[in-house]
Design a protein around this ligand. Structure first.
Ligand code: ATP
Length: 335
């Protein structure tokens, strides 16, 4: 069987990018024969970027409800909250002890912070926590814990997957066994990275997102109206390829519909009308899910039950696996 794994950081309200880039393709993949899917709420990861406890708690609920409303079959997949598995930080520490610091020095997220600090002419490590510095190791623990062999990622995550393979190989070599399967990246060619309202990648931590369900159709519409466009007037031909609206539209439409939208833009469709069409397209797909989402959000205890059951299922694997790893490194087996 193929084991796939996907996590979403609980650092804010889930957005269109999370849906089109992670939730929708992951749920589709999970219904295929021979696929064991592991989907988790990455709340330890959230602590790296967010120190607002209420935001994290709220996000956890919203992201869990989103997965379920989007059609996740909780019986079929293993759906859990990262912090419900004490084995994750334990494995993370074991991996930390075999990871070269030099490897982490090269991680993109860390290097990006250092580069920004150099530009600002402040200490290169200003504002860099050990969480940010070593988070590729936590990600490696997430993946290696379940020996996921296929990890669907965007291009920006390829490096982290390579680091996970490096770390796994090092551990296997040091302790003389095939403890970890080396995971392979699965680049999703037809899954686009959606731009946010300001044109940068749509991201919870940039606060530039179009909310998926929160706030209802009105909030979606209000956000779509705020997407930046160029100043070409109605009647003037638009550059569809270069427009954020078109990129988002394509993620919610068939090839034929996208081609039609593109032609309309090139023939001078006004941005206001284009935004209207985009809203309608998105709504067609999301409206039925939004109802389920609202029902779930009204019953947090139901979500909690699902997460508890998911954690129990995950720990049936992570518990015995951790016991084996403890033995491998010479730690006492847990009682
Ligand atoms: P954060 O800002 O906390 O990192 P994020 O919104 O950027 O959050 P993550 O939680 O890190 O998203 O990512 C969860 C999943 O959603 C990943 O698989 C990621 O590839 C996908 N994803 C995130 N943003 C986008 C986007 N703009 N377009 C497509 N996919 C995205």
């Amino acid at each position: 069987n193929t084991r796939v794994l996907t996590g979403i950081t609980t650092s804010g309200t889930p957005h269109l990018g999370n849906y089109a880039g992670a939730i929708r393709p992951s749920i589709r993949a999970s219904t295929q024969a021979g696929v064991d899917a592991f989907f988790f709420l990455a709340d330890y990861h959230a602590l790296i970027k967010c120190d607002d406890p209420q935001r994290i708690a709220r996000s956890r609920l919203e992201i869990a409800a989103t997965w379920i409303a989007a059609g996740l079959d909780v019986e079929r997949v293993t759906f859990y909250r990262q912090s419900d598995l004490p084995e994750i930080p334990e494995l993370c520490w074991m991996l930390t002890c075999v990871t070269a610091k030099g490897l982490m020095n090269r991680a993109h997220a860390y290097k990006a912070s250092v580069d920004q600090n150099l530009l600002k002419q402040v200490d290169p490590d200003d504002g860099v926590t050990m969480g940010l510095f070593s988070y590729p190791i936590l990600m490696a623990a997430d993946i290696l814990m379940f020996n996921a062999n296929k990890v669907p990622v965007g291009r920006d995550q390829i490096q982290h997957l390579e680091m996970t393979r490096d770390i796994a190989q090092r551990f296997n070599h040091l302790y003389g066994g095939e403890y970890f399967v080396l995971p392979e990246v699965q680049i999703e060619e037809d899954v686009a990275t959606l731009p946010g309202l300001d044109g940068r990648k749509m991201s919870k931590s940039y606060d530039n997102t179009i909310p998926l369900f929160e706030g209802g159709a009105r909030a979606l519409r209000a956000a779509v109206l705020r997407i930046v466009t160029d100043s070409r007037a109605p009647g003037e031909p638009k550059d569809a390829e270069g427009s954020h609206l078109y990129t988002i539209y394509r993620a919610f439409a068939s090839t034929a519909e996208s081609a039609q939208f593109r032609a309309q833009l090139e023939q001078g469709l006004g941005w206001g009308d284009a935004k209207q069409l985009l809203c309608e397209r998105i709504e067609q797909e999301l409206a039925p899910m939004r109802e389920r989402y609202a029902e779930l959000m009204a019953k947090p205890e139901r979500i909690e039950d699902i997460l508890q059951a998911g954690a129990a299922k995950a720990r049936k694997l992570s518990g015995p696996f951790m016991a084996r790893l403890r033995e491998a490194v010479g730690l006492r087996a847990p009682a």
